[in-house]
Design a protein around this ligand. Structure first.
Ligand code: BGC
Length: 763
């Protein structure tokens, strides 16, 4: 069976090779350079493709793909220009940042990771592909898998958080969702893994800033999710804006060729990030011509937005700075992608104008978005079981995020149709009907200072209320005085996170803090909803507000989903994919850190002189990675190992019984962590190795097992420093990926802090 399919694949490949050989033999140099040029929509975003500059360039064969245009008609008109009017009729790649949905918007990727539900990640990517392909898109710039440990960096919102294992599982699920079986179906589009690599580790959390990292940290902590997506068959990779080992990723041969293609076996193409060949100049790498040549030779195949390949490579070829085979490699990979998408067979495969009317923002897609969003909310605190609220009496809904539909979707939602979405107020009103009275007041703007608010994104400017701070405050206090319970919708604007949205402070803006403190001071029960695209600081809130639900940015259906959880129709089950710091000074704080030579036994305890700790704040984050409460409770019991010895080719089974000890149905995420007690290099205090979501009825138990084998214990380390000789200029010898015999701890629990521990030995 396997032999048959391998033969079929080989003959498909041979057919593709022959087709592309024939096509390339007819192409002029100009047409070849056109194929590796990817400009943004430019004047066709709002204008008519036929009469646009971009349209004219397509006809001349100067463009291989285009991105971020909306509408099936427009996509079809562009495809027609390429197919009917250009000399060789080569169809276009039509790309878009479909990051967490198209018109049906799902939770931001960070929130999606909080569901710890890989099937949700796959389904939401599938639906995004169904909708985007109905509008002519055949390529999405997703998944973004950059590990992020520094919440000052706004793009933490676009990835799966701090953990390589969780990030890997989400990444591969998303690739499967977008690409389907093999990109053959007309709803199966090409995914683009980004941003390769290490973009999530900029100095000081400032977007686009310097990244400098040891190889061991790269391999053990940052690279895994990229590799998982490559293994899942992702069709394309986008390089990152930052430097890696001092060389911009855009032109880093070690990264794009030695690692990605030669070591990992990636077969697709590499596209730059927006204008990043141009940005090599301020990085200090030289002029446009030499940068374009360097990018091509290092393994970049497509130039996004710099127009550097089309404008300079012919000259570089003449001057011997690049070779025809460098250019041909890149052109071939772009043509292969088009072939694999089926565009040569049917260039209009994704231009089914009818489907745009029937397949976008359907009731089924909305229902799924609502279901998934509710799974992503993390209940951080629920003193006295204030939540869920009953649908009765008078409920004050207060706060700057309470009545703004456009801010529910989060950043990077380029295809939204905000007129179709609800605000939270509307969601609450629909949920309670005539059973309860919702009294709304805005209370304050997100930032008191209009300039700061103006710096955030472009969509949010319409939500500013020009009444004075005092007027807004007084109105909220009046609403609160009239109510039995207060729900405070606080936090960031949708675009406070995302690209170019770094913050230096992570707590609520002053004006919101003042309002929240006054609401709490009324003595009435207060529930805080925290809207955020990153982990935020809620130290004061944790001390003073009885209930906190972290709702991230849940997408177009967030208001209904929040109402589902607040009023108890759905039991919250989200778990943090990032540690939540106590203050900015703790950043970066992450659970899988090394132990140091001077660890503290109790990371929440008092300061100890000459240990690795702060004298003004404990080491432990406010809320740990993996943490999240439920309206029910769970117990973990009977944790056991089938053996305390593991052989190199064997398996041992860890099992734990999880019981719903409360009185309502709920889901728990069982998390297994491993610690390597002795290694040839220092090892993390724990690393996530397995997780499973289980739904349990009241009183019900399930046993959750994890079969451990040697692969779960492997990591990257230098070959023995005493055996191999390293030169004075290299930091050590070669790196290998093996498990080392010795003692291990296996831990299980409902979060990364609250675990039970057993030991075993690898023989
Ligand atoms: C972002 C990418 C995005 C690209 C195209 C860049 O600014 O970094 O994530 O895919 O623009 O819109």
């Amino acid at each position: 069976m396997l032999a048959c399919s391998l033969t079929a694949m080989a003959s498909d490949d041979a057919k593709m090779d022959k087709f592309i050989d024939d096509l390339m033999s007819k192409m002029t140099l100009e047409e070849k350079l056109g194929q590796i040029n990817l400009p943004p929509g430019g004047d066709i975003v709002t204008g008519d493709p036929q009469s646009s500059d971009i349209g004219a360039a397509i006809v001349k064969g100067q463009i291989g793909g285009i991105f971020n245009i909306k509408g099936a008609d427009k996509a079809k008109a562009l495809q027609e220009l390429a197919v009917k009017k250009s000399r060789l009729g080569i169809p276009l790649l039509i790309g878009m940042d479909v990051i967490h949905g198209y018109e049906t918007v799902f939770p931001i990727p960070l929130a999606l990771a909080a569901s710890w539900d890989t099937s949700a990640a796959e389904t939401t990517a599938r639906i995004a592909a169904i909708e985007a392909s109905a509008a002519g898109i055949n390529w999405t710039f997703s998944p973004m898998v950059d590990i992020a440990r520094d919440p000052r960096w706004g793009r933490m919102s676009e990835g799966s958080g701090e953990d390589p294992f969780l990030g890997s599982r989400m990444a591969e699920a998303m690739v499967r969702g977008y690409q389907g079986k093999s990109m053959q179906g007309d709803t199966e589009i090409m995914a683009c893994l980004k941003h390769f690599a290490l973009y999530g580790a900029p100095d000081a959390g400032r977007d686009y800033s310097t990244v400098d990292m040891s190889r061991l940290r790269m391999f053990n902590e940052y690279l895994a999710p990229y590799r998982a997506a490559v293994n899942a068959g992702v069709g394309s990779v986008m390089s990152s804006f930052n430097v890696v080992d001092g060389i911009p990723a855009t032109a880093n041969k070690w990264l794009l060729t030695d690692l990605l293609r030669d070591y990992w076996g990636f077969k697709g193409f590499v596209v730059t990030d927006y204008g990043s060949i141009g940005e090599m100049q301020p990085h200090g790498m030289g002029d446009m011509q030499s940068n374009a040549a360097m990018a091509l030779k290092s393994g970049t195949d497509m130039d996004m937005s710099s127009w550097a390949f089309v404008n300079t490579l012919a000259k570089s070829l003449q001057e011997g700075k690049v070779s025809m085979s460098d250019i041909d490699r890149a052109v071939r990979l772009i043509l292969e992608a088009k072939y694999k998408l089926g565009l040569f067979k049917n260039p209009y495969k994704y231009n089914n104008v009818k489907r745009e009317k029937t397949d976008i923002y359907t009731p089924e897609h909305k229902a799924e978005a609502r279901r998934v969003a509710a799974k992503t909310f993390v209940l951080l605190k629920n003193e006295g079981n204030i939540l869920p609220l009953q649908k009765k009496g008078k409920i004050a809904l207060v706060g700057p995020l309470a009545n703004t539909a456009i801010n529910m979707v989060g950043s990077w939602a380029g295809a939204i149709a905000p007129e179709k979405y609800k605000s939270l107020l509307h969601g609450f009103q629909d949920a309670v009907g005539d059973k309860a009275n919702i009294i709304y007041a805005k209370g304050c703007n997100v930032y008191a200072d209009a300039k700061t608010e103006g710096n955030v994104g472009i969509w949010n400017k319409n939500i500013r209320d020009n009444r004075t701070e005092q007027e807004l405050f007084d109105e909220a206090m009046k609403a609160a005085a009239n109510a039995d319970v207060i729900v405070a919708a606080m936090g960031e604007l949708a675009e406070s996170s995302g690209e170019s949205s770094s913050r230096s402070e992570l707590d609520l803006p002053e004006t919101q803090k003042k309002l929240l403190a006054a609401l709490v001071a009324t003595g009435k029960p207060v529930v805080m909803l925290n809207f955020s695209g990153r982990s935020t600081v809620m130290t004061w809130e944790n001390e003073n507000v009885p209930a906190i639900l972290n709702v991230w940015f849940g997408g177009s259906e967030a208001p209904d989903a929040i109402a589902d959880v607040v009023f108890g129709d759905v039991n919250p089950s989200g778990k943090l994919p990032v540690s939540m710091p106590r203050n900015v000074g703790q950043v970066p704080v992450y659970y899988n850190h090394l132990n140091t030579g001077r660890p503290v036994d109790n990371p929440k305890g008092d300061f100890i002189k000459f240990k690795s700790n702060y004298f003004d704040v404990p080491n432990a984050p406010l809320y740990p990675f993996g943490y999240g409460l439920s309206y029910t409770s769970f117990s973990f019991s009977d944790f056991n190992l089938s053996s305390d010895k593991l052989s190199n080719d064997g398996t041992i089974r860890a099992s734990v019984k999880v019981t719903n000890t409360g009185d309502r149905e709920g889901a728990e995420v069982v998390q297994y962590y491993i610690r390597d007690m002795v290694g040839s290099i220092s090892r993390p205090v724990k690393e996530l190795k397995h997780f499973e979501r289980v739904s349990l009825a009241p009183g019900e138990s399930k046993t959750v097992s994890f079969d451990i084998n040697v692969d779960d214990l492997k990591y990257y380390h230098p070959v023995d420093q005493f055996k191999s000789k390293s030169s004075a200029l290299s930091s050590g010898s070669d790196i290998e990926y093996t498990a080392e015999p010795g003692e291990f701890q296996i831990m299980v629990g409902p979060d990364s802090e609250n675990v039970q521990t057993l030991k075993f030995t690898l023989e």
